[in-house]
Design a protein around this ligand. Structure first.
Ligand code: GAR
Length: 263
């Protein structure tokens, strides 16, 4: 039998997706085990789920770091190997014209937090990191230190919308308020943008006239608990192939995109 993969999880809240992955590892559907659960939120309910399963946990204090920076930016030292220009050029969170001070604050405080995440993860070997309701954007500082081979991405995320529609923090809410007739969820590898990385899988549901934001969330979450373990299983089976494809548009311009194919 193939070797069990080691999975690190990062969460911010209830951890129901984490639970679905824990259960699928336990049942053998995923040939893997969760080796740590990290969070930015010491009160995350999902921490209890991890502890019940004797999975080691840790907290990275994002809000403490941001508060310190707000009080005095000079006392926050970026990690020694942080190269501001490099991270600024790679990331695509900030639209052009965005306030440079805000971008600097965002990238420096996140790098400090990500350095702490990396240090707390360092004792564990892992093949994959699953972001399971983690409500912070990870910057190129973190991504490059985990994805050492760009064609072998190792950080997966679940998003509560049919990407590329409705990236951001409230996917189901945005879907509902737009008046969509179909909603859904997406699992993707992360890249340097917000919810923009190569898509691994999606599931959709119908939105009926009587649906409310709560019923939509319920429908969506139930699909998430199926989709996320399925995608992790495919990763564990070595069945996710990543390749760069180049497309030529009608106007002659070309663009490249990383694609995930299930083999
Ligand atoms: C899920 O709906 C997940 O898709 C969403 O947060 C919820 C977490 O639930 N993630 C994001 O919005 C990421 N931007 P859980 O903690 O019960 O798994």
């Amino acid at each position: 039998m193939a070797k069990k993969i080691k999975i690190g999880a990062v969460i911010s809240g209830g951890g129901t997706n984490l639970q679905a992955i824990i259960d699928s590892c336990r049942s053998g559907e995923i040939n893997g085990e969760i080796v740590f659960v990290g969070t930015d939120n010491p009160d995350a309910k999902g921490l209890q789920r991890a502890e019940e399963d004797r999975i080691p946990t840790f907290v990275t204090n994002y809000s403490g770091i941001i508060k310190k920076y707000n009080n005095d930016p000079e006392i926050i030292a970026a990690p020694d190997d942080f190269i501001y220009e490099d991270i600024l050029t790679k990331q695509s969170f900030s639209p052009e014209g965005y306030n440079p001070e805000k971008i600097k604050k965002f990238l420096v405080t996140r790098a400090v937090a990500e350095d702490d995440l990396l240090k707390q993860m360092a004792p564990y070997q892992f093949d994959l990191i699953v972001l399971a309701g983690f409500m912070r954007n990870l910057t190129p500082y973190f991504i490059d230190r985990v994805n050492t081979d760009p064609l072998n991405p190792r950080i997966m995320n679940i998003h509560p919308a049919l990407l590329p529609s409705f990236p951001g923090v409230d996917g189901y809410g945005d879907t509902f308020r737009y008046g969509c007739k179909t909603g859904g969820c997406t699992v993707h590898f992360i890249d340097y943008g917000e919810d923009s990385g190569p898509i691994i899988g999606q599931k959709s549901f119908q939105i009926e006239p009587e649906d409310t934001i709560d019923t939509i969330k319920k429908k969506g979450l139930e699909l998430e608990w199926q989709l996320y373990p399925e995608c992790v299983r495919l990763f564990a089976e070595g069945r996710l192939k990543t390749e760069k494809k180049t497309f030529t548009l009608d106007n002659g311009k070309t663009f490249e995109r990383v694609f995930v194919t299930v083999v």
